[in-house]
Design a protein around this ligand. Structure first.
Ligand code: API
Length: 272
């Protein structure tokens, strides 16, 4: 019997398990079962929360196909709120989170005793093709005649610009692009529609998942692609199907800052 907490960040919903006592033995097996929206609890994946010897708290994120992602932006805000309320009892508003893509600094924005939002320092984007990874000389590739800008936020992303996210081929092309031979570790695929220099919209086909209502790392990768292609300023509000994230790519240290919501939905127990 596993006690879990369902949370969502901009509609990207995960199952969170306090795994400080190691109750989850095999997350690659558990994630597909518990994430199934008909035979399980239903979610975009499974997140294990535990203590860390390098930071204040640790997270590991598993896609519904059982694969582990190096980093997960929306989940990092939800883990931040979970730890802020349940581990730290709201005693500290800044702390560090250990992830598969390194230590991330968290700032909780509160209104008195109430959570408002969280800002995650997502670190610097990785643009070197071999480290994204993308099998190309540069981080710009052409797939199906469309140009993609490839960016890693610890996990791989490929961003293309479309006239309208409504008509973007998320489901018709996303699955093929995800596993294209350009991407040795597959890729998350983002379709971005520009609004103006400080606003854009994005839909995403996520590696190991399918379309989600939001992707935090994908939002960061999208902002980086917008700036690299001269499309927007370095700070934008990015509208996703499930909500809006504020993303800024700082000049001084090249870190990408992501701010957005994190909500509890329900508690439950799951028979493995
Ligand atoms: N939704 C997550 C990204 C999960 C990425 C995962 N699908 C991968 O394999 O990289 C986010 O908010 O960043």
């Amino acid at each position: 019997m596993i006690h879990f907490t369902k949370m969502q960040g901009a509609g990207n919903d995960y199952i969170y398990v306090d795994n400080r006592n190691g109750v989850v033995k095999d997350p690659t097996q558990l994630s597909p079962k518990i994430s199934d929206r008909h035979f399980g609890v239903g979610s975009d994946g499974l997140v294990l929360i535990s203590l860390s010897d390098k930071a204040d708290v640790r997270m590991r994120m598993f896609n519904p196909d059982g694969s582990e992602a190096e980093m997960c932006g929306n989940a990092s805000r939800c883990v931040a709120r979970f730890a802020w309320e349940r581990f730290f009892k709201k005693a500290k508003d800044e702390f560090d989170l250990e992830t598969g893509a390194g230590i991330k600094h968290i700032v909780i924005h509160r209104d008195g005793e109430n959570f408002k939002s969280a800002t995650v320092d997502m670190g610097a984007p990785i643009l070197e093709p071999a480290k994204i990874p993308v099998a190309a000389e540069t981080n710009k590739i052409t797939l199906d005649g469309c140009e993609f800008t490839c960016v890693s936020m610890g996990n791989p992303h490929a961003v293309t610009f479309v006239d309208s996210v409504k008509t973007a081929p998320v489901h018709t092309k996303g699955p093929d692009y995800e596993i294209d031979s350009f991407f040795p570790r597959k890729s998350n695929i983002e379709f971005c529609e520009l609004v103006d220099s400080t606003h854009a919209k994005m839909r995403v086909w996520e590696r190991g998942t399918g379309e989600t209502l939001a992707c935090g790392t994908g939002a960061c990768a999208t902002l980086v692609a917008c700036v690299l292609n001269g499309k927007t300023s370095r700070a934008i509000d990015l509208e996703l199907l499930g909500g809006t994230l504020h993303i800024e790519w700082r000049e001084e240290d090249s870190h990408v800052m992501m701010t957005g919501p994190a909500e509890f939905v329900f508690e439950g127990t799951f028979e493995e």
